[in-house]
Design a protein around this ligand. Sequence first.
Ligand code: FBP
Length: 548
Amino acid sequence: MKKSLIELERGLYKPKLPEALRFGVELQKREVVNVADEIKGIFPCTSGMPVVRFLRGEERKYEPVNVGVILSGGQAPGGHNVIAGLFDGLNHFNSRCRLYGFIGGPSGLIDHKYVEISFDLVDECRNTGGFDMIGSGRTKLETEEQFEKGREICEQLGIKALVIIGGDDSNTNACILAEYYEKKGYGIQVIGCPKTIDGDLKNEYIETSFGFDTACKVYSELIGNVQRDAISAKKYWHFVRLMGRSASHITLECALQTQPNVAIISEEVKEKNMSLSDIVDIIVDSVVKRSNGGQNFGTVIVPEGLIEFVPEMNRLIKELNDALASDDEYNQLKTDDDKRYYVMQALSPESREFYVTLPNRIAKQLALDRDPHGNVQVSKIETEELLIDLCTQRLKRLKDEGTFKGSFSALSHFFGYEGRCSYPTNFDSNYCYTLGFTAAALIVEKMTGYMVSIKHLTAPCDQWIAGGVPFTAMMTLEKRKGVMKPVIKKTLVDLSDEPFSFLEAHRGEWADETNTYLYPGPIQYYGPTELCDAATITLQLEHPYHHS
Ligand code: FBP
């Protein structure tokens, strides 16, 4: 197959590993994390285990082991390198180990669809983006029937360990699977790796999920380019919605990298109980200020989950979900107008009053687009269009009153899929390879119920600390569909943390008539280490590296 020059070139890149993993390893057991009694009760076999880390140790002989690997959920740059690191790691510990990839995500395990991962297959995919080596999927591994199907195929292939590469939900299910296999005594270990561009799988033990670094750098390049266009043409305001589901980590990181005029952070909107009108105030304020300085252009970036955090919208969405989730009468209505009328009748007077103020297109999207569970698909609501509409109306009013004398012409963008399969940055290439290699080390050391944890990520790679944390140490109880369930918590933007404080300290100046844009440009693979290997600004602010 023909390859692009960059693909050939990246294929030659040798990901860096922490020093401790390059030779023999020694497993060091550290603290046992105290977990709630309820968690201990649900996971008697996999709680009470210590956090572990690897130190450089004697070269040792390990038993060969057959391992299965699963990619779960949305694509994130670096997934292939986790598999490459796992493959090379297993080989490093015993060249008779074998690795099987389950095709199409968790459903591959249940339906027994797999491929044996060969050296050639790994070599084809080193340092590439995408999950196409074995594919991914969103099937949830949660029932005993599925677990048993998994056991059957593991027994057939002699698989003694599964590596699940996924986000908070997939790792929560990996924890349940690990406990189940342990309780049944099947001798199948389960190890997780933290994946998601959204950056919301992070905590005391997991500094960041892989893919966040690359995705943010791709979006930041695009935002920088749009800013350069804006400052050149001087006639457009660009409204950019960024992926990330509920969390605003991506928007925050992109704001720090590009310094747009306005960056809205959903978690702040929620904390301050800001209405849609308050958000419009912030944007319009910047438009007017900049226009007074002769700058009728600018950039606004917003997270895709924003509307869920706006109180009146949140109430409306809840009412719509409740009213329409399993409503046959609604589903049989033929025309959009009939559906809209039906929706209006189902709403409380407060929500109805708000609903009628929404632009037609958005009102329609809210009433029509449902996911298979009957919920509004918030990621498909064009929040950026909604904001453009509301700002246009407000600025027209100001113009009529004579308080706005400039012009306002806006363009909308949504950056999401553009960043999910990019060639991983050096950071993600190294991080992912290390995650996979560490998973191999945990497996040969017979650990189960652990997520790979790599710490000190802002230090040079050879100083990273590779180890694992029991899934149960990260579990809390949350209400899901009305029932308390153990889950690995999604981490949203913490308004008291450094990254948000930095934004808060500088955004006034960015919103102003002066232009403070940054243009990060494309991802760099060669050149000074500070440029090529650097972690995100978020990581650097959260975990500053102190040169010794
Ligand atoms: P994961 O949580 O599975 O990593 O996926 C993240 C994500 O890219 C979100 O940012 C986005 O909202 C969603 O997936 C899109 O999902 P889909 O790929 O099903 O369109």
